[in-house]
Design a protein around this ligand. Sequence first.
Ligand SMILES: Nc1nc2c(c(=O)[nH]1)N[C@H]1C(S)=C(S)[C@@H](COP(=O)(O)O)O[C@H]1N2
Ligand SMILES: [Mo]
Length: 409
Amino acid sequence: MKTSNNRRGFIQKSVLVLTSVLGSEVIFAKNIPTGMSILGQKAFVDTLPEGKHKDLMLLNDRPLNIETPPHLLDDKITPADKMFVRNNGNLPSTIDVAKWQLVIEGESAKTRKVFTMNDLKTKFKSHTYQLTMECGGNGRYGFTPQTSGNQWEDGAVSCAEWTGVRLRDVLESVGIKEDAVYIGYYGRDTHLSGDVTKSSISRGIPMKKALEDETLLAWAMNGQDIPLLHGYPLRLVVGGWPASVSGKWLTKIAIRNKIHDGEKMSGHSYRIPIYPIEAGGKLAESDFKIIESMPVKSVITYPKTGAILQEKQSLSLRGHAWAGDLEVSEINISIDFGTTWKKCDLEKPKNKLAWQHWSAKVEFPQKGYYEIWAKATDSKGVAQPMVIPAWNPGGYLNNSCHRIAVKIA
Ligand SMILES: Nc1nc2c(c(=O)[nH]1)N[C@H]1C(S)=C(S)[C@@H](COP(=O)(O)O)O[C@H]1N2
Ligand SMILES: [Mo]
């Protein structure tokens, strides 16, 4: 008896999930054999969501993960239609901005306060910053053995212009206790399983980063409402750290007296080994540390890989470079597989934590196949590696040089 009850329970639960995923009723749902799942929405989704450039790459539709090919990152400020998407759970279904609330609470909050969108917009000074957001797993495809998770190539990065209030101003208006060490965020999206009591992701940052000028509670991106896919109507935006700390559809910030222990703060989620391990190796939970500032990296956004150029034409290259909390101090390109390097022109960042634009002109000695490599160096003298850096179980922080192929015809 017990087994059949459980089985019925399982069927009902999975049907619930499936109907909500499809957005239309599964008519004979009660006939689905135990343990069998329906083909589902994959069969109907062969295009990207509305508002996304058609040449973005759909990595996964459940949860939705969409990557930007590097040549579509050519804009100085990433427009919404070209911004990569990384969802861990289901998009929030209904959003009523008039009723939207942000709760600030936690062991280390002096009191609990609730803010409406209007409170945030009218009671605090607003600020606008360009902020680089790169998924911690950008470049994961480069690791061998392959690690689980989205096999991002080079395009899980963006730099948009975000407008909102400083998290610091809002936290200070609530009151921060002496023992505060971390903040943790909560968003309105739901867990993939359909279990509404579980968060899909709830990460955080140490107080020092939370209180930084550029850490925003943002309601606008590039001068418009934040698109639904990117966190409408309110988002925590933290530049230079793994984008997973920039909580979308923000409903709550907890001021914690310990390192935040929300979903995806433990195991190998956004954590890397303290010491180098062999590729494919295992290590104890206590031998991981949380990823903080992202490493130095760059992309070549023009030309597109696979470009065919005329002989004796000089080629103008361009792209962006960023270095987590630091600045990029230099970027070089090579057309001879790293034997010689040429220094590029590099702009200053618009503000701290914004990516920097670079450009260079190159000439090719004769017809043939070439690769162009770009290598940025941060303000502490650390450069991108030319080979894939240390393997880690989560497949994070592959900041090896971006390469493109060109032919001179
Ligand atoms: N609430 C919520 N916030 C989230 C996520 C999510 O799934 N839910 N994904 C995180 C991860 S892992 C990344 S890389 C960025 C992606 O931001 P984007 O989709 O706006 O590019 O959002 C972060 N914030
Ligand atoms: Mo991410």
